[in-house]
Design a protein around this ligand. Structure first.
Ligand SMILES: [Zn+2]
Length: 931
């Protein structure tokens, strides 16, 4: 699935208190909001966030031409998933050996005594009064003798229950009692007689329920077409909401086949995972669509929709038809064409040697997540799939591309091979997120996503979060049902992707690909755990004579939280040796000491450190050193006094690198004189590392400031992007300090030469943005945003005049790529009328992408929404505020929530930074050279 709201792309998630605000927020001296208000609002928002970030999602569809693959796949799946399922069952049984073993409905997991094979589900849907009634027949196998049938239901009214034994077709088995146990959302049926292993049984349940407003289970939403409100109803089952639509064994391990039929008024159409096999009409004007049987899959990938949409279609090279369904006006205007086009192209690219395709996409006006990869019917919220080329910015296009590719990748990682249990949700989300970048590089090689954008948007982003003592391992234990939503967080997505990328680079692409293919072929139509993946990778390596135990290496990275900082220092001896040490990187070591779980814990990793040596004109090829001890000594070839060392080449590793001060000086010198000796990725990496190391006290505060003085020489987007992220972060930390202008003036001095050189984009954009030179436009945009944010007067005047022109002429001549900067600057600096104007435009605009930018601009004024976007804790940095925050959390009863723990730790780290380093920071700035 894709987490909603760009959060996965640019660090805009509400969940992330560290995340920098992408909003241009021109600096004003007034503080319109009191800290108190910020606290309260901020935390209200944090709570909301916890709910929202429950994410899930992605793409799928169906293949018909692959009967052969399916039948052989089913065989393989049965083999592998049998054992998987037994493991899962054993795990379940072992932790329920206690006194309430007789009451399996009290457990988080289903008892594993029964195993569903097939569901026949018939639903009758009334869009008139938003209700549905249904009947489900489940065919299941008994694995272990039991009198109990425990399956999931939630919010369903169960009417009738019948149970049959396969040997006794005629009569039903006698039911002793049946009841719903709400705490675990299960329905329990106790039989008089035991069911026996290896025998199959059938259960038939009739039920009814409401089509809810809430965007979970089977829910409704609406849109306006030609002035008339239209309704639709659609499903979102991941992770645990299928049970809100029909009684089922609602855990990923219980894969089965499904046959769905939907009855509804004939004025509506219906869609589901599979194509319609037969359709029957009733005299009363209702129709019933009978959909074909699905392949073996998890309940959370089942989906259906009842709507009045239209579609466009595209045909892949292998002849598979892909359809995109959306509101009729969106289809007519061609807003879906871009997504359809890239879907078709990317399918042919990421095929994993499996002739398998799940073809339909559905755009809905409201959805809890960016998208969801249901089998054969991926559902997207409109802003993540509809695009109007005339008004969409480059960043909108990129975001949309990534979401679409993400969902397509889930077809293999998620739909076909499903994690055994939610603790390893990163197995599907990490892969989908990583392959977004690979897939986007295939579509648009010039974007350089995997080598460049991945660093700032994934690696740097998640290292901020994972550098907190309140972080958690990527494989998270799930103790309660509520934990299931929690596991869909940035650690799962971004750290997952970063670890996969590190491993792919260590193994090399050919072996990595081979291991992945083996993994998918072995586990298709079944479930897999992380060890299954590691084993396939180890085997692939061994076949090439490389004896690395991938499980051993990767367990350190997945079962321990956080990541290391590797420190490399040149030894004084003449033997060209360096000392390399590792330690757990945390922003605030006190937070680690205060955390009972971490106190005294000494984390160690097996680190694939790549290393190169360089001088003013040359850099060596990299060598790899496996660092597994706390401290090691290595020889690294000849080094003169002017030779520098560079670690983590192209930032493929998930760790930070620190050096002795002399080496930092040489690296900065290199950047000033000839930055291109060092790769673009490493330039961005050095910037991110240097700011974060200083923030955590590993380095003097002047080192990052000195480093960015090379930026006027920097012609690439990525290092600028890394720098601006770090500077916005620092800006928030320094907010309200007396000498703030020293800092903003210093930043402007670094930015202005480039700003004046690049200027603004032409006001009448020529040609489509899709042909635009990505690097140049993105760089121009980044520099403009920095200039406007840190108070460059020219930038402000320019934005104001563009807005004024728009208001007076009622013609929007602002280039789409910088509209967000202009709108936001206008709203912040100009009077209320501008806000009203943007508000009016928001209502009258029909293009989804423009609507999104307008809405974001409305939040740029100093009001609650600003907090919403930027994360309040960033601004809190005094002892008094920290106490206030703790008090607030205590009185609101939220001490145990991870978001609160994170918030306290961040503010604590902020306070500590001010105590220890603020003086040092400004002392250097006071003496800093001009220009
Ligand atoms: Zn996903």
């Amino acid at each position: 699935m894709g987490i909603e709201d760009a959060s996965m792309r640019n660090g805009r998630a509400l969940s992330d208190q560290w995340a920098d605000s992408v909003v241009v927020r021109p600096r004003t001296t007034e503080q319109h909001i009191t800290v108190n208000k910020r606290l309260v609002l901020g935390f209200a928002i944090s709570i909301l966030t916890l709910i929202i970030v429950t994410a899930i999602a992605i793409t799928l569809s169906v293949s018909f031409e692959r009967c052969a693959a399916e039948s052989s796949g089913a065989l393989a799946a049965n083999g592998s998933s049998n054992s998987k399922w037994k493991q899962s069952r054993d795990a379940n049984i072992s932790h329920r050996d206690s006194e309430d073993g007789q009451q399996p409905w009290r457990h988080l997991r289903l008892p594993a005594t029964l195993r569903p094979r097939h569901y026949d589900l018939r639903l009758s849907v009334s869009m008139e009064n938003f209700t549905f009634s249904g009947e489900v027949h489940i065919e299941f196998e008994c694995v272990q003798s039991t009198k109990l049938i425990v399956l999931h239901t939630d919010r369903l009214e169960v009417d009738k229950v019948l149970v049959y034994s396969d040997s006794k077709k005629a009569g039903a088995m006698r039911i002793q009692r049946r009841f719903h146990y709400q705490p675990k959302q299960v329905f329990v049926i106790a039989l008089h007689r035991e069911m026996k292993p290896l025998r199959t049984y059938k259960i038939n349940i009739t039920f009814h329920a409401h089509i809810e407003h809430e965007l979970l289970g089977f829910f409704r939403s609406s849109y306006v077409l030609n002035g008339e409100r239209r309704f639709l109803a659609v499903t979102q089952f991941s992770p645990t909401h299928a049970r809100k639509a029909f009684p089922c064994f609602d855990e990923p391990i219980y894969k089965a086949t499904f046959r769905v039929s939907l009855k509804h008024e004939s004025s509506y159409q219906s869609l589901s995972n599979m194509p319609v096999e037969a359709s029957t009409s009733d005299e009363d004007g209702w129709v019933t669509n009978h959909f074909s049987r699905t392949p073996r899959m998890s309940t959370y990938y089942l989906a259906w929709a009842v709507c009045n949409f239209t579609y466009r279609e595209a045909v892949t090279d292998s002849g598979v038809v892909i359809r995109l369904y959306a509101r009729p006006d969106a289809i007519q205007s061609g807003s879906g064409d871009y997504a359809l086009h890239i879907t078709k192209r990317v399918f042919t690219f990421i095929a994993f040697k499996l002739n398998y395709i799940l073809p339909n996409l559905l755009a809905v006006p409201k959805h809890p997540y960016a998208a969801m990869e249901n089998w054969g019917l991926s559902v997207f919220v409109e802003q993540k799939i509809l695009l109007d080329p005339d008004v969409s910015s480059f960043s909108y296009q990129m975001e949309l591309t990534m979401v679409v590719v993400h969902e397509i990748c889930h077809q293999w990682f998620g739909d076909l091979v499903t994690p055994v249990w939610w603790e390893d949700v990163w197995l599907k989300e990490g892969f989908a997120h990583y392959f977004e970048y690979i897939g986007a590089d295939f579509l648009f090689p010039k974007w350089n996503m995997e080598k460049q954008r991945f660093l700032t948007d994934v690696l740097h982003e998640v290292m901020l979060l994972d550098g907190l003592a309140s972080s958690h391992p990527i494989s998270q234990e799930v103790f309660e049902a509520t934990d299931i939503d929690r596991v869909f967080d940035w650690i799962a997505y971004k750290k997952g992707a970063a670890l996969i990328r590190m491993l792919a680079n260590v193994m090399g692409q050919p072996l990595f690909q081979r291991g992945l293919n083996d993994y998918l072929m072995t586990h298709m139509y079944g479930n897999a755990a992380r060890d299954d993946l590691w084993n396939k990778f180890s085997e692939a390596m061994q076949r090439e004579g490389k004896d690395i135990n991938i499980t051993q290496v990767m367990d350190r990275w997945t079962l321990q939280m956080g990541y290391p900082v590797v420190t490399i220092s040149k030894n004084d001896s003449l033997d060209n040796s360096v000392t390399i040490s590792q330690e757990h990187f945390v922003y605030d070591t006190d937070a680690k000491i205060q955390n009972p779980e971490l106190f005294n814990k000494s984390f160690q990793w097996q680190i694939p450190l790549t290393l190169a040596v360089g001088n003013s004109s040359h850099i060596s090829t990299e060598t790899i050193i496996w660092v597994s001890n706390k401290t090691e000594t290595h020889r690294v070839g000849h080094m003169g006094s002017e030779t520098w060392l560079l670690g983590n080449i192209n930032q493929t590793g998930y760790f930070r690198v620190n050096y002795d001060l002399h080496n930092w000086r040489l690296l900065i010198q290199q950047l000033m004189t000839n930055p291109t000796i060092i790769s673009v990725g490493n330039r961005a990496g050095l910037i991110d590392d240097v700011f974060n190391l200083a923030r955590a006290g590993y380095l003097p505060q002047n080192v990052p400031l000195q480093m960015i003085s090379y930026l006027s020489q920097e012609t690439e987007f990525l290092p600028w992007h890394a720098a601006s992220r770090a500077l916005y972060q620092l800006d928030k930390l320094l907010d309200r300090t007396e000498d703030h202008s020293l800092f903003s003036d210093y930043v402007l001095r670094q930015v202005e030469p480039k700003y004046h050189k690049l200027g603004w984009p032409a006001t009448s954009p020529e040609g489509s943005f899709m042909q635009a030179a990505y690097q140049t436009e993105e760089l121009q945009r980044e520099v403009m945003m920095l200039a406007c944010s840190f108070g460059n007067k020219h930038c402000h005047r320019q934005a104001v005049s563009l807005i004024s022109d728009w208001i007076s002429s009622n013609k929007n001549r602002i280039p789409p790529n910088v509209r967000d900067i202009v709108y936001c600057t206008g709203v912040s600096l100009m009077d209320e009328d501008v806000w009203e104007f943007i508000w009016m435009k928001f209502h009258s605009s029909t293009a989804i992408s423009e609507k999104k930018v307008l809405l974001e601009a409305l939040t740029c004024s100093d009001n609650i929404f600003l907090l919403n976007r930027s994360g309040v804790t960033e601004f809190l940095n005094t002892e008094a505020e920290l106490n206030e925050l703790k008090e607030f959390i205590l009185t609101s009863g939220g001490e145990s929530a991870p978001a609160f723990a994170r918030a306290v730790e961040i503010v604590q780290a902020n306070v500590k930074w001010h105590v220890l380093f603020q003086q040092q920071f400004y002392r250097w700035l006071r003496k800093a050279p001009d220009g």
